[in-house]
Design a protein around this ligand. Sequence first.
Ligand code: GLA
Ligand code: GLA
Length: 719
Amino acid sequence: MSWEEDGETLRAGGMHGEGGRRPHRWPAPLPGHRSAIWYGGDYYPEQWPRSVWDEDVDLMVEAGVNIVSLGIFAWARLEPSDGVWDFAWLDDVIGRLGRAGIAVDLASATATAPLWLYEQHPEVLPRERDGTVVNAGTRQSWRPASPVFRRYALRLCRALALHYRDNPYVVAWHVGNEYGWNNAADYSDDAEEAFRVWCRKRYGSIERVNEAWGTDFWSQRLQDFAQILIPRHAGGDDAMTNPGLELDFRRFSSDCLLDFFKAERDELAAVTPDRPLTTNFMVSTDQCPLDYESWSRQVDFVSNDHYFHSGPGHLDELACSDALVCALACRQPWYLMEHSTSAVNWRSYNPPKRSGELVRDALAHVALGADGVDFFQWRQSRTGAEAFHSAMVPHAGAQTDIFRQVRQLGRLLQVLSAEGVTGSRVDRAQVAILFDAGAEWACGCRTLPDRGVDHWNQVLLWFRALLDCGVRADVVPVKGDWSSYAAVVLPGLLTVSDAQSDRLHRFVDGGGHLVVDFASGIMDEEMHVGLGGYPAALRDLTGVSGQEIVALGRQEAGGGPLQLTCGGLGGTWAVQADVRGDEVTVLARYKGTRARSLGLDGLPAITLRGCGSGSVAYLGCGLELDDLARVIGRLLPPGFFHADLQEGGTRDPRLLQVTRRGADGDFLFAFNRGDAVIAEVPLPGEAVVLYRSRALSHDSQDASKAYAMKVNGLVVTRL
Ligand code: GLA
Ligand code: GLA
């Protein structure tokens, strides 16, 4: 197994970009077509008789669909038995689509293997943590580290690439599908062997592994790489395992799948070097299966699947997830490979989308940088595990509200394409909230003061609180490009390495404004606790030093939040901290009976340290959304929020506003993010799209025009 380093020349066609990143390449329009926002969905013709195929193509044309993803789960049809190929049916489908002007994003089809492969090679089946063999019967029932599975998968890639190398309708490769959805963690012998190779590569010597994992704790000292064990079930539900080892196993599991992806990619690219490749990530604030920062360097264009979180934060969560995807894509256009027209069917309660959310969500993804918006799936299945998952063509057929909205969305995307939105870039925000997959995994450690910290959800909390102040933030990977933002927020960033700490120091020395929360910087990237007072990695910066972490718990469990002198409550953890140095101002202290009983009464809860023209704010406890939104204005210097941060728009917490700038114009996308009608809001520019919104009569002297916006309404203007 090869573990390529960042920066190593990529094998595919000898291509290499800056810092090991592949250059951005986007699927080209079909010959004779102009570039436009891609619009379509996953299409599974193999689930339907041929008589349905022609109707499908007609309806797609009617809906403005210009692309579909094909073959994602079709391996059993493409290779019905070992080494026997059947491409005829797929040729037929691709031909019908292509002749109608519909392009194809063709899958490598490796997400699910045919049953004959599992029968012949049961050794490719993964194992659970307790050693149980995972049975075939759903998708991704394979070990990422299996050399046997890899051989079969690469043979399929090669066969597909050779067969479709000259097909003019295939514009992109869809490699795998949602890697790690079902097999991110595998506890097989293949995984263990590969993990040992990975550790050797990461640490070089077994002594370094001992140091990193602190193996003198509970006599876990290793003499040799061959003694390294993956973190299998170690008895009982609450066996306390080594956090450093657990974190490295998560890193390894992401890298192991990435290595598999790269092998598939290179097999395809060796035959079709000019066809861009992607794989659909799963960036959403309720999950973080893989380290997409590393993955994003290895695709030609970034794509993501996003499923809505119903409730009041629906649009905010979408925008927060997309902000990270946009940063992963280095602000180049990215592709929303899947979302739903309405309900999903894999939660315990699956509410439909509310009126307007089908179109609004799709256009919100466009606002945040997507130049392709697809649904899972084209036609709602009759059979199988996803029969009650919504689709573009529902069970009831085309004479339905959903299909009418699908058509309406197709028309709106055509308008935006004609106006020149395609290829434009999302404007950078002034504030960057930092995200790190490693820190998110570290928060999952079961032996922290309590299990209430979730880094990714803290990112969302800050994103929403800033929106409540009328400010849209970017979400940027810790390893990414955040140094030139005016302000940087570290939310629940439990692990901060020395190198990251140095970078943060340079940022503040250069006049940057930093905001640090209670859980950030407590440990380093090997999960060693920083000594001498929490948060060690950020102690000099914050000017605060904590003696104890006091878990506050929930009222139901006998715990509860603390009162703050600035109003509001502090929860989750309270760091029992002292201020070091005169340049630190205390903005709030703990007070009240509970604070007294915990010895925290009068201790600083929120502080601000001036540092030249920069500053560092520190929150020693967790705040709920409303309290956080109220306090944010005091964490940054006076005037910071008075600047017009909504480039081109107005600072209005009722709106989510994003500007896309491009060669053919600049566009402001404004969304009603609340649950109330907005009777009147001024927006600059000329309206290009109004959805559930209308223009009000206006004074022609005024450059801004005013609009009324319903719930889930939006306005796009050309600036
Ligand atoms: C037990 C063990 C100790 C330590 C404590 C922690 O008593 O014997 O080694 O783990 O629990 O509470
Ligand atoms: C994922 C998968 C799809 C489908 C959808 C349903 O995103 O990639 O195949 O199962 O979920 O929401």
